[in-house]
Design a protein around this ligand. Structure first.
Ligand SMILES: [Zn+2]
Length: 469
């Protein structure tokens, strides 16, 4: 592998993102930062952003009595600020209202049409406005959407354009079967194979509202929001606009998305790409949901927490650390501020912070050589490349523990022989520099501070990295 292109879901702008959305951005950020180390900065592209068209955004704007474009800009700006508060190192923050995106969507539409896969027809059936998705009877539980059980399912009847999704049924099944890395985790692949058998053509335009990208040569219809949103992964990396960038980074290496979006990414998106004659992404990584205090995060429960609320109190690195270490990306996980605080004090203030402070203080008595350039171990690399971020952090923290024990057993504060003292501390500092290197993708600010402090030859005490709270 010589390049790495990672994307997150682009968040829908009905409201500012919360911790549940942010978790996925942190995971993508770890991958981007890791591959920048192993492949070089110029060989990584990290895309995130906001999904801004559709009926839900139009409605929300109306409720606030402002134009849709004003409304979506407000939310998009605030989403971006939330991501910045977590130190997410995206290369582009795309908005589907960006001017060049409409051009790309029209080009893809035309290609798919030219391939004979778009036809006009009448759609009559169920539609969940929460998901902005068409559902069949089998998709609904007692007539309700499983994600939005309080919303009324609309029965809509519209003249639409349809995409011949069903034409790609066999292709999709074969692709999933032949590419075990295509959907991660594996049970996602199983679920998609089951769904693929029943794929039917779907409408890819809407005609009863106007907030969307116009269908080429039919101003009465706007492109269905999912069809438009998926295409952001092409726009974001220069399709049509920057040939060099696009051919360097496409196909995407990892699309990360929530489990509620899997169907669109694993089945609709590949069919669209195949029809348009464009290569398929390599891996679709499905993340589980976060619950707070064992409750689903939701406005109506009143437990929505914005990332910045936590980063202001604890710092970006502490929030990143807690979420990456004490959840795993695949399964649903339960989080709480109490547990964050525990992790902060035990692992960051005591574990890491304490080691750094102790060794720095002892080092004031000696002059050290600069540490050898650290390398990343195989278990560390494999862990990140297989998305096992919690396990990788466990490995790093076990190294921190070993370094701590070495200090305890060699008791450098009792050593009077300067040569022996230098030897002991040199070994500790080498270990710390190596840990700082391993922390780079996870705790970028902390890693930088440690590297700076332990550069030598003169090492001095600094303020604690994580003051106890
Ligand atoms: Zn829904």
């Amino acid at each position: 592998m010589n390049k790495f292109y990672v994307t997150t879901a682009i968040d829908y702008v009905n409201d500012t993102i919360h911790l549940g959305h942010a978790f996925q951005k942190i995971a993508a950020d770890v991958l981007a930062r890791y591959y920048r180390i192993t492949l070089g900065k110029d060989n990584v592209f990290f895309l995130t952003g906001t999904d801004e068209y559709g009926q839900k955004a139009e409605k929300a704007a109306k409720e606030q009595d402002i134009s849709p474009s004003e409304f979506v800009k407000k939310i998009s700006d605030s989403d971006q600020k939330e991501q910045d508060s977590l130190n997410i190192s995206y290369d582009r923050f795309i908005r589907t209202t960006d001017s060049n995106h409409a051009e790309v969507v029209k080009e893809i539409w035309n290609r798919i049409k030219k391939n004979g896969d778009i036809y006009s027809g009448e759609y009559q059936g169920s539609y969940c406005e929460g998901c902005e998705a068409y559902y069949t009877k089998e998709d609904l539980i007692e007539g309700k959407c499983h994600i939005h059980p309080t919303l009324k399912i609309k029965i809509i009847k519209e003249e639409n354009y349809f995409f011949k999704w069903s034409k790609y049924k066999d292709f999709l099944i074969e692709h999933i079967n032949n590419n075990p890395d295509f959907i991660f985790p594996k049970h996602g692949a199983k679920e998609m194979l089951k769904f693929a058998k029943n794929i039917k053509d779907i409408p890819i335009s809407r005609s009863n509202f106007t907030w969307g990208i116009s269908v080429p040569n039919d101003l009465k219809q706007v492109v269905y929001v999912w069809f438009d949103a998926l295409i952001n992964y092409l726009t974001g990396v220069g399709f049509l606009k920057n040939k060099e960038l696009f051919s360097k980074f496409w196909p995407a290496d990892v699309h990360i998305l929530g489990k509620d979006n899997l169907r669109w990414h694993a089945l609709l998106w590949p069919a669209m790409l195949k029809s348009a004659g464009i290569g398929l992404p390599k891996t679709i990584l499905v993340n589980g949901f976060l619950n707070i205090n064992e409750q689903k995060i939701s406005k109506s429960v009143g437990n929505v927490i914005r990332p910045s609320e936590w980063t202001k109190k604890y710092g970006a690195d502490a929030v990143r650390y807690y979420l990456l270490r004490y959840t795993n990306i695949i399964d649903d996980s339960d989080i709480s501020e109490e547990k964050l605080l525990q992790a902060y004090n035990a692992d960051l203030a005591n574990g890491l912070g304490n080691l750094i402070a102790r060794v720095a203080k002892l080092c004031e008595r000696v002059t050290l050589k600069s540490s050898p350039t650290p390398t990343l171990s195989q278990d560390y690399k494999q862990g990140i490349e297989n998305f096992k971020f919690n396990e990788v952090l466990e490995i790093v923290w076990s190294r921190i523990k070993v370094l701590d024990q070495q200090i305890n057993s060699s008791e450098p504060w009792k050593v009077t022989d300067q040569k022996k003292l230098t030897q002991i501390l040199q070994s500790s500092v080498n270990g710390i520099v190596s840990v700082a290197n391993e922390l780079k993708p996870f705790l970028p600010n902390t890693s930088e501070k440690i590297e700076e402090q332990f550069k030598g030859p003169k090492i001095i005490s600094e303020k604690p990295l994580f003051p106890r709270i």
